[in-house]
Design a protein around this ligand. Structure first.
Ligand SMILES: NC(=O)c1ccc[n+]([C@@H]2O[C@H](COP(=O)([O-])OP(=O)(O)OC[C@H]3O[C@@H](n4cnc5c(N)ncnc54)[C@H](O)[C@@H]3O)[C@@H](O)[C@H]2O)c1
Length: 358
């Protein structure tokens, strides 16, 4: 039998259990991804995502265009059945919402079944500030900020409560970073630039968990995006950004403990491989890093944003209910390598082909 497997009713129940869905009379057993037809055939590779987040709501901090991880994560969570609210940096809010309205993102918003993702609400969020009082008067009164009420993390949490009730959320994703001196090596980074990078890119995760923790139903999930520079030297990832990612990963563990004990929430991070987003473009010629990673990873295809999205959906789902405090690499295995393939080739020219280079 090609492309499908025949299931008995016991198999069906077992399969549903394994996949985290409960089969009950009158309701199609699996709605996304693999589906089961009336003859009990498990159809593989059905188009929608094989994770069920139906009836759940996500908040993703850090979506301002269709080119980064946040947007791809939104699509995956939406495809899994969640409703999705996003937080957008005020300087980018106007352009993002205008382009959405004009249909400029229609193609990117299109899902595998042809329908279109819709954001439930787009909040203006500046993750640099925890409360309204923290935002300098001059910034609050500036053109891109004064049209919004309170763009601080606490302000957005309060607005969400007003919009959707006391515990409106099931999952929160932190997909934002900023390092004003990212192009400077650490030796030339100012204290101000370093602290700015750590404040926006790392402390904001702690603040997000702190302010949104009580809005998330018990057993909820937080996920942040990290990068391998937290643990290894990546030249050109400067300005304190490597320090910020190291802090983010350490905080992931501590927050997992504290939020786990306080609310039963899980807190994880995904360390993603290089990807050509708008933010990454600010660091330098990303394609060189992407090509290098492809050349030297166990899996040689380029990382897609969707792969980060589906991994996030997994970490947000009950399928990962036992996982917290973890930094999960989604980088085609690049982090596991201890030698460049170029050197492996040179050595194999002398001693013969090595494993995997046959
Ligand atoms: N692209 C990569 O190669 C890569 C690799 C590993 C990890 N990451 C991480 O993924 C996350 C998302 O980045 P991306 O590469 O998808 O780029 P992106 O441009 O899609 O996302 C960065 C977002 O951060 C937002 N932002 C910046 N300052 C903010 C602030 N003060 N308040 C609120 N939002 C703010 C930007 O508006 C933008 O939407 C970041 O944490 C990044 O470090 C990226």
């Amino acid at each position: 039998m090609h492309g499908s497997e025949l299931l008995g009713s016991g198999d069906l129940a077992r399969c549903c259990c394994l996949m985290g869905w409960a089969p009950w009379p009158g309701v199609p057993a699996i709605r996304h991804g693999r589906s089961i037809d009336s003859a009990g055939i498990l159809v593989k590779d059905a188009p929608m995502l094989g994770i069920d987040l139906k009836g759940k709501r996500a908040f993703i901090a850090g979506v301002a265009d269709d080119g980064g991880f946040g947007f791809a994560i939104a699509k995956c969570l939406y495809e899994a059945g969640a409703t999705v609210c996003v937080g957008t940096w005020p300087p980018a809010y106007g352009v993002f919402t205008k382009l959405l309205e004009k249909g400029k993102f229609d193609e990117s918003l299109t899902l595998r079944d042809g329908s279109k993702m819709e954001f439930e609400k787009i909040y203006a969020l500046d993750a640099d500030y925890d409360t309204l009082e923290d935002i300098p008067e001059e910034l609050r009164e500036s053109r891109r900020y004064k049209q919004h009420n309170d763009v601080s993390i606490a302000g957005v949490a309060a607005e969400m409560k007003k919009d959707f009730g006391d515990t409106p959320l099931d999952m929160v994703v932190h997909s934002l970073a900023n390092g004003p001196e990212v192009k400077k090596p650490l030796l030339e980074t100012s204290r101000k630039g370093y602290l700015a990078a750590v404040g926006v890119s790392a402390y904001s995760y702690a603040s997000l968990v702190s302010h949104f923790g009580s809005l998330v139903k018990p057993g909820g999930s937080f996920v942040a995006l990290s990068y391998m520079a937290a643990a290894r030297v990546i030249p050109f990832y400067g300005g304190g950004m490597s320090s910020a990612k190291a802090a983010l990963e350490s905080d992931t563990r501590v927050l997992a403990y504290e939020a786990g004990r306080k609310w039963g929430h899980r807190v994880n991070s995904i360390s993603a491989g290089p990807y050509n987003s708008r933010a990454a473009g600010a660091i330098g010629p990303m394609q060189l890093m992407i090509d290098y990673a492809s050349k030297n990873s166990p899996l040689t295809s380029e990382l897609t944003a969707e792969e980060v999205g589906t991994s996030t959906a997994f970490l947000c789902s009950s399928l990962s209910s036992g996982i917290t405090g973890t930094v999960m690499y989604v980088d085609k295995g690049y982090h596991t390598m201890g030698m460049t393939v170029e050197l492996a080739d040179e050595i194999s020219a002398v001693v013969g082909p090595s494993h995997g280079r046959g």
